[in-house]
Design a protein around this ligand. Structure first.
Ligand SMILES: [Zn+2]
Length: 348
């Protein structure tokens, strides 16, 4: 069968393997036929050779951690043939740590977790894959065109879950949310904010292209000004750019008792002249919280599936800016100027 693979650590080793072996029975009882695979920044980093790890004893890694597929067989009876599913990316570490032991592998403490298409587990960019029922999340059958957005949605569902847990440390009635960065993660974070009935603001550098329209369609306000020029103090910030100045600016901009969730990964290596004492003073005197959030556990994947089922399908489909057949994988993995989410289509 066909699979898109890379040699981790070797730049531009991306290739389409026409004779990749069928998934091994040990991978799990649920056999799934791939429908689509989404592409994100992590894939680009793996292709550039900066990231990624092949399964033990193998040289190549099947890429792809954003999946959508149809169940072909599940002898356990948990799922039925034809069910639409996505595969959970991260698996718990083998120790396991205190968090992995209770199914909170998104909070793994020893770093020995594995991840499909990223770290020591084959990815989903292959025609058929297998998972255990615990790692297969069912989706509403109506989401066959957009269900590939479940993985990025799971990441923001986790972010919102933790924002709410932190918020309830005291009386909490948030009104406004600022999302920085209008890529797929930012837009999906804004979707989940709008589903919570909050006043949603999205800030991004783009002044044209599809982003402003997508934000307006959520009933949210689009800003393409510096954070410091905003005329309100957000109760919640979901920072999705990872841009160092934006990260610092939103920490200073949040309202008293505000919560800043950092969900964007910075590359590091740049230094900024910054008054850390003033930031500390503001955080302490205003009871503010800044926290990081990554990945998702099964509960978040299920929350994400509910959020997608409630969302406007047309809006979700607009997030998918390009859809290419597997045969055109090279184009698909080449970033384009107006890309939001690019999807590799296995159904054609
Ligand atoms: Zn762990």
């Amino acid at each position: 069968m066909r699979a898109v693979t890379v040699i981790p650590g070797v730049a531009d080793s991306l290739a389409l393997d026409e004779n990749y072996p069928e998934p091994a029975a040990e991978e799990g009882a649920v056999l799934v036929e791939a429908v689509a695979v989404g592409i994100c920044g992590t894939d680009h980093e793996i292709i550039a050779g900066h990231y990624g790890e092949a399964p033990p004893g193998e040289r190549r890694l099947v890429i792809g951690h954003e999946s959508l597929g149809r169940v072909l067989e599940d002898p356990t009876g948990a799922l039925q043939p034809g069910d639409l599913v996505a595969g959970v990316v991260r698996h718990p570490d083998p120790v396991p740590c205190t968090n992995c032991a209770v199914g909170e592998w998104d909070m793994c403490r020893n770093g020995r977790y594995t991840e499909h298409g990223i770290k020591a587990l084959p990815g989903f960019a292959r025609e058929r894959w297998r998972v255990r029922p615990t790692f297969a999340v069912p989706l509403d059958p109506a989401l066959s065109d957009v269900g590939v957005l479940l993985e990025p949605t799971s990441v923001v569902a986790k972010a919102w879950d933790h924002i709410e847990r932190i918020g309830h440390r005291a009386e909490w009635q948030p009104q406004s949310v600022l999302v920085t960065g209008a890529g797929p993660i930012g837009l999906l974070a804004a979707l989940l904010a709008s589903q919570r009935g909050l006043s949603v603001h999205v800030l991004d550098l783009a002044t044209d292209g599809p982003k402003p329209e997508l934000v307006h369609a959520l009933g949210a306000t689009y800003h393409s000004v510096p954070v410091n020029d905003l005329d309100f103090e957000p109760d919640v910030v979901v920072e999705c750019t990872g841009a160092p100045t934006v990260v610092l600016d939103v920490m200073c901009k949040a309202a008293p008792t505000g919560i800043v969730c950092l969900a964007g990964v910075s590359s590091g290596g740049r230094t900024i002249d910054f008054d850390a004492g003033a930031l500390n003073r503001a955080l302490v005197l205003e009871n503010n919280v800044v926290f990081g959030s990554v990945n998702a556990n099964r509960r978040h994947w299920e929350l994400a599936a509910e959020a997608l089922a409630r969302a406007d399908r047309h809006w979700l489909s607009t997030l998918i800016s390009r859809r290419l057949p597997v045969s055109r994988y090279q184009e698909a993995y080449q970033p384009g100027p107006d890309d939001i989410k690019v999807v590799l289509d296995f159904a054609v």
